[in-house]
Design a protein around this ligand. Structure first.
Ligand SMILES: [Zn+2]
Length: 108
C-alpha cells in the first residue's frame, strides 16, 4: 500500500473501539495506479485489490476486527469471517448497514 485515506480515528465513544483510540475507519487505499474504494452503497463489487487489502488486515495478528462493506471479521456476535449482509437483507440500520461505506479496523 502507498497511502490510506481515513475518515475517523479517535472519537468520543463509549460503545466503539474509537473511544479507546483503537479504531481506524478506512475509505480508500492506494497502491500505484490501483485504488480500493471501501464502499458498496450502490452495488459496487469487491475487486481483487479490495480483497487483497482485506486479507492483509484479517491476517495481521494486531488486528482483532475488520468490518467492511463486503465482509465482516471479528464481529462480536459472529466472529468468523462472513459476508456483510446489509444488501441481501435490505437493512437500513445496524452494524452491517453502518459499514457499507468504509472499512473499520480494530487494533487489539
Ligand atoms: Zn470504525
Amino acid at each position: 500500500m502507498d497511502s490510506i485515506q481515513v475518515s475517523s480515528l479517535w472519537r468520543n465513544s463509549a460503545t466503539s473501539p474509537h473511544g479507546s483510540g483503537r479504531g481506524i475507519d478506512i475509505i480508500r487505499v492506494y497502491r500505484g495506479n490501483e485504488v480500493a474504494y471501501f464502499n458498496n452503497e450502490n452495488g459496487q463489487t469487491q475487486t481483487a485489490f479490495i480483497r487483497e487489502v482485506y486479507n492483509q488486515f484479517v491476517g495481521d495478528n494486531r488486528v482483532s476486527q475488520a468490518l467492511g462493506p463486503w465482509e465482516f471479521y471479528g464481529y462480536s456476535s459472529r466472529p468468523e469471517r462472513h459476508p456483510n449482509l446489509w444488501r441481501q437483507q435490505n437493512l437500513k440500520s445496524g452494524d452491517y448497514y453502518n459499514h457499507r461505506h468504509h472499512l473499520h479496523i480494530t487494533i487489539r
